[in-house]
Design a protein around this ligand. Structure first.
Ligand SMILES: [Zn+2]
Length: 512
């Protein structure tokens, strides 16, 4: 069998790996390229014909893993998308939202293009196409062994990265080959993350496809970060300002709510109004509440005590633009959690416009800020930024809570690998920039692991011939002889030659 690497190879977006098993083609994830990868690689064209794909096995709902599925569908893919039930539910809001962003972006570009006398462009896909592509999704339970087709069984294990996120175990049986197991990590979660469970350890695999996002970094402590957030809120309110938290709508927003709930329950934060100002975050929070069976022990205990972990006094979900605009009338005492997480789009830009220039207010980053984004510029200490064509001074206090990553850090990754009872035959590294990957590869090698960094477009072959015993040699010979047409015309020498190849486990060559 072979694996081809067509995304998140030496970068962190556009996850997409192709498995060829028994004449079937399976995609592991089908993610959107974002940021600089989008500019350099582009999303429009696939390196394969979407019509030839039989299945997509999806690790989790993040757009850099799922965001090209609607495009795959638009270009003729009619197979099944297999994922956990939680991932399916999150995709049902995240993919149409992604389609809506594609539509808005192309509309904005087209206004410019028309003025320049250029032909308008089409969005990558629309919200409608994304909705339609959801018919292909089949949600399954964690820990259930599923036969996808003859020769491929899979099982999703909890990756502890996002609600519904999974590590995929693949059991592959090809003709004349030993059954092999491949484990694909998807994105591995950070331990002690709020709400969801920690990543599960896997006992055994032959080959491992592994993410390395933070292969060269150690995160801060999560509890310390949340304590810091509470302190920032108190200090900001004392100064008479508001706290703006640019946050990804799905995952990070719910984690921040979970932390704030704890402080409200303990009466450590009072007289506070927390606005969740993102329609996607409102829907995502409802899904988080629906899937309480995915919660970790601490969060389940809260439920048993009758505490709703994502609801508290003073929490307001705003849906309409009018409600969103009203928030800006508040001068102090508001915590505004809004998207996008990197401040490139969405309602958070309005809240920044009203708070960045005020020295009483605070901006708290709770997620990664990619190079070239507004969030990164603010974090890097720019004194003035442009918002809606207007220059805004940055006078607010700027904070970044480093401990809140969704990904395991270097220590988390190596601890997870060390839990295998036997070292995998080879570890194929994906989803990381060059520095993180090189760094983590060196660490793996120093501990006796065989590891390699996969390159874009690279093919990795796995051939593990079955040790032939008399019984399966006989089976193979009969099967191969039956498959030859006009066997009476084959000379004895050719036939003997062919049979010896069968016995040696080589391909049976059918030329005469
Ligand atoms: Zn992810």
């Amino acid at each position: 069998m072979k694996i081809e690497f067509y995304g998140a190879a030496q970068c962190v977006t556009g996850s997409c790996h192709i498995l060829k098993i028994n004449n079937k083609t399976v995609l592991l994830d089908c993610g959107l390229y974002q940021g600089k990868d989008e500019k350099e690689i582009g999303n429009e064209e696939f390196n394969f014909d979407p019509k030839t794909i039989d299945y997509v096995i999806l690790s989790h709902a993040h757009i850099d893993h799922s965001g090209r599925i609607p495009l795959l569908y638009k270009k003729g893919f009619k197979g099944e998308v297999l994922c956990t039930i939680g991932t399916k539910e999150l995709c049902s809001i995240m993919l149409p939202d992604s389609g809506y962003i594609q539509e808005t972006e192309s509309e904005w570009k087209n206004r410019k293009r028309i003025r320049q006398g250029l032909q308008p462009i089409q969005p990558l896909y629309t919200a409608k196409i994304a909705e339609l592509s959801m018919y292909l999704f089949k949600g399954v339970n964690y820990d259930e062994l599923i036969e996808v087709f003859d020769g491929l069984k899979i099982r999703f294990r909890d990756a502890g990265h996002l609600l519904g996120s999974a590590i995929v175990e693949l059991y592959i049986q090809e003709e004349y080959e030993k059954e092999i197991k491949i484990v694909y990590t998807g994105d591995l979660g950070n331990t002690n993350k709020p709400i969801i469970k920690d990543p599960e350890y896997i006992n055994y695999t032959d080959y491992l496809i592994m993410e390395t996002t933070y292969g060269d970094r150690i995160h801060g402590d999560i509890d310390w970060s949340f304590k810091e957030l509470a302190n920032i809120i108190k200090a900001t309110f004392e100064r008479g300002g508001n706290v703006v938290i640019p946050s990804f709508s799905v995952g990070r927003t719910q984690e921040v709510l979970y932390a704030l709930n704890k402080y409200v329950e303990n009466n450590e934060l009072e007289d506070m109004t927390v606005f969740v100002d993102s329609p996607l975050a409102v829907s995502a929070t409802k899904i988080f509440e629906k899937f309480s069976e995915y919660y970790d022990k601490e969060t389940k205990e809260l439920l048993y005590k009758g505490i709703k972990p994502l609801r508290f006094k003073g929490l307001v979900f705003t849906s309409s633009p009018q409600e969103s605009i009203k928030i800006n009338k508040m001068e102090r005492g508001a915590v505004i959690i809004s998207a996008s997480g990197m401040c490139e789009a969405g309602r958070v830009k309005h809240h920044l416009k009203h708070n960045l220039w005020r020295k009483e207010s605070s901006i708290v980053f709770v997620g990664y800020q990619a190079e070239g984004t507004l969030g990164r510029a603010i974090l890097d200490g720019k004194k003035k930024v442009k918002l809606f064509g207007e220059t805004i001074a940055v006078n607010a206090k700027i904070y970044s809570l480093e401990g809140l990553s969704g990904h395991a850090d270097r220590e988390g990754l190596i601890t997870w690998v060390d839990k295998f009872m036997e070292k995998p035959k080879e570890i194929l590294l994906v989803h990381g920039d060059t520095k993180a990957q090189e760094n983590f590869k060196t660490l793996l090698q120093s501990k006796g692991y065989k590891a390699r960094i996969m390159e874009m477009g690279q093919t990795y072959y796995i051939n593990e011939h079955l040790k032939l015993n008399d019984q399966n040699i006989k089976y193979r010979i009969i099967k191969e002889l039956n498959s030859i047409e006009n066997i009476e015309n084959i000379s004895k020498d050719v036939l003997l030659n062919q049979l010896s190849k069968v016995i040696n486990g080589d391909e049976f060559i059918k030329d005469k």
